[in-house]
Write a new protein. Structure first.
Length: 479
């Protein structure tokens, strides 16, 4: 029976008196609509149960549907709504960036590429929510729903061992409920059935719901081969988000989810296309945490691409590749990669081969740089011509941001706080101090240092801002 989908909060689902009847309805493919439209005699015949049992269930179901419409149509002043509470993230600087911490009655999304620290932050929240209220917590328990594997309990134990003050305040893994979703069907059943029942039985003791990650199964199992399927997927995402918000409001809980990312490549538009500032693509950069230079570049690239195609005519003759490229005149909008240029400049002074630097690879945030070892510095110094003037280096630009969180605008409309975790690489202190000449090793990876950033893209409770952090044995700490 599809009662889980039509009325997931129905008391029939938890009442053992109707358990046998619901099983019979499921076997005989009796839907909720059948229960509402057919009389008790027909229901008894189809389900092969007694008329009295079918009549009692029908009356309960009708009263619940009537109450549902009356409750949803009721106007409630904002002054009568419960005020959201907040609990600490485990770091005061992150709390300040979030407007006081993680807020209840709302959905908080943490997205970013792999190895940026999403699960580290979520595990830290599992522990901080257990703190007493005078210590910034809620004195509550947590539900951790995983979709990509089991909960890493060893890491949680390591954080507790590194922070004995947490154990002294009663923080423990025993206060964390966890379950793993193997596929989208099991995830749907957990969110719509098992989670509401658990929250009801907990009686307000559970104040944090974590899903890691929300889009893992949906990006694989939800097909988008046609416009209709795309519309159905958006409706599915809307329904899921609304269900999570209902649970958050009903139980005064915070919902924190991790989200994976996909690519939004830069593409040329059709001839005659002009960007309108009301277009979603025009505004997308501000909703997903792109840098200002990337946002301006993508907007100007699209507009100028159309302008170039309108101006070019066969009678104008052949133009150079650079002049025909709409990317050329807006290239200066991108930020200079100062760290890369600093390392290249320092290495060139010592005769380091240019290809050692140029062979590094970067993603949208400049991370993932791996330098090839190349030849040793001494042989390059001997090959240099005496008195040769230094080579003039071209400015290197940072690459475009192309990462966007999954689930699109349908999901973003329900998110109150969106947090982006980024992992990039910057010049190491050795390079910045000009001490590269003293380096005797042959590993160019020593030129770089990891830089992690937590960026509040948008929030109902704070202004957009960002902080730098590091991952230690104690968890996530701002530096």
């Amino acid at each position: 029976m599809d009662l889980y989908d039509e009325l997931p909060q129905s008391s029939l689902l938890c009442d053992p008196e109707f358990a046998v009847l619901l099983d019979a309805c499921a076997r005989n493919r009796i839907t909720t609509i059948d229960f509402l439209t057919l009389n008790a005699g027909e229901l008894a015949r189809l389900s092969q149960r007694s008329v009295t049992e079918a009549l009692r269930a029908k009356k309960v179901l009708l009263s619940e549907f009537d109450a549902q419409f009356a409750q949803r149509d009721q106007v409630c002043p904002l002054s009568e709504l419960p005020m959201p509470q907040q609990f600490t993230s485990g770091d005061m600087d992150i709390d300040e960036a979030l407007g006081g911490g993680i807020h209840t009655h709302a959905i908080t999304e943490v997205f970013g590429e792999s190895s940026t620290g999403k699960s580290q932050l979520l595990m830290q929240l599992c522990l901080s929510v257990q703190l007493p209220k005078d210590q910034g917590g809620l004195g509550a328990k947590c539900v951790y729903i995983t979709t990509e594997g089991d909960l890493p309990t060893a890491r949680l134990e390591g954080i507790l061992a590194a922070r004995p003050e947490l154990q002294a305040l009663g923080v423990s893994q025993k206060n964390i409920y966890t379950v793993s979703c193997l596929d989208l069907l099991s995830q749907e059943h957990i969110l719509n059935v098992q989670l509401p029942v658990l929250l009801e039985r907990a009686g307000g003791d559970i104040r944090l719901i974590i899903i890691d990650s929300i889009s893992h199964h949906m990006r694989v199992e939800l097909e988008t081969k046609s416009f209709r399927e795309s519309q159905e997927n958006r409706a599915y995402v809307d329904k899921m988000a609304e269900a999570l918000l209902r649970l958050a409001n009903k139980h005064a809980a915070a919902v924190v989810v991790a989200n994976q990312v996909g690519d939004k490549p830069l593409v040329e538009r059709a001839e005659g296309f002009v960007h309108n500032f009301t277009d979603y693509d025009y505004q997308m950069g501000w909703l997903v945490g792109w840098s200002d230079s990337t946002i301006r570049y993508r907007q100007n690239y699209t507009d100028e691409a159309s302008a170039v195609r309108r101006v070019l005519r066969p009678s104008h003759g052949t133009m150079s590749q650079r002049s025909m490229s709409p990317n050329s005149s807006v290239q200066d909008l991108l930020s200079d990669d100062e760290d890369y240029m600093l390392i290249e400049r320092e290495a060139s002074r010592l005769g380091e081969p240019e290809q050692n630097i140029a062979s590094s690879t970067t993603n949208g945030q400049g991370d993932g740089r791996v330098l090839n070892a190349g030849n040793k510095r001494s042989s390059q110094i001997n090959d240099r011509s005496v008195g040769q003037p230094p080579r003039k280096m071209r400015p290197r630009k940072k690459r475009l941001d192309i990462r966007v969180p999954n689930l699109g605008l349908s999901w973003a409309n329900h998110v109150s706080t969106r947090i982006l975790l980024k992992k990039a690489y910057k010049a190491s202190p050795m390079v910045k101090r000009g001490e590269l000449k003293f380096y005797q090793g042959s590993d160019p990876a020593a030129f770089w240092q990891v830089r992690r950033t937590l960026q509040v893209v948008y929030s109902t409770f704070s202004q957009p801002n960002q902080v730098s952090f590091t991952i230690t044995k104690k968890g996530i700490e701002v530096v």
